[in-house]
Design a protein around this ligand. Structure first.
Ligand SMILES: C=C(O[C@@H]1C=C(C(=O)O)C=C[C@H]1O)C(=O)O
Length: 114
């Protein structure tokens, strides 16, 4: 098995083409990752503004139109993609990237050593 995932050895030009295309894929993946992070930050700002005004953090009707947007763009699988992205924007991404790992505060009895 070579680095291109093929047991047969490919010609140099095929190898080069694959490496070039993979560089493009990696660059596109970087853009997708950055876009998801940026989306999550903006989504969180909107959720915070609404919460500060006493509203709900999440709005189902808006989420339905986001799902529909992805379904229109990507077909049925777009709904799954959108669902995962919405999930990340509800907090999973912030939890993974921004909340420093801290030990849970000690319970009352533990602090007193009782
Ligand atoms: C960002 C918003 O708030 C929440 C997050 C959404 C999102 O990440 O797209 C959509 C609806 C809301 O549940 C919004 O209302 O636009």
């Amino acid at each position: 098995m070579n680095t291109n995932g093929s047991a047969a050895s490919l010609g140099t030009s095929a190898d080069d083409r694959i490496q070039n295309e993979r560089a493009t894929i990696d660059a596109l993946d970087d853009q997708i990752i950055e876009s998801i992070k940026r989306r999550a930050l903006i989504s969180r700002k909107i959720q915070q503004v609404r919460a500060e005004e006493g509203g709900p953090r999440l709005v189902l009707s808006r989420e339905m139109s986001v799902l529909e947007h992805y379904r229109t763009g990507l077909g049925p699988v777009g709904t799954d993609v959108a669902a995962r992205i919405l999930d990340l924007c509800r907090g999973a991404l912030h939890a993974a990237f921004e909340v420093p790992a801290q030990p849970a505060p000690a319970a009352e009895g533990e602090r007193r050593g009782t």
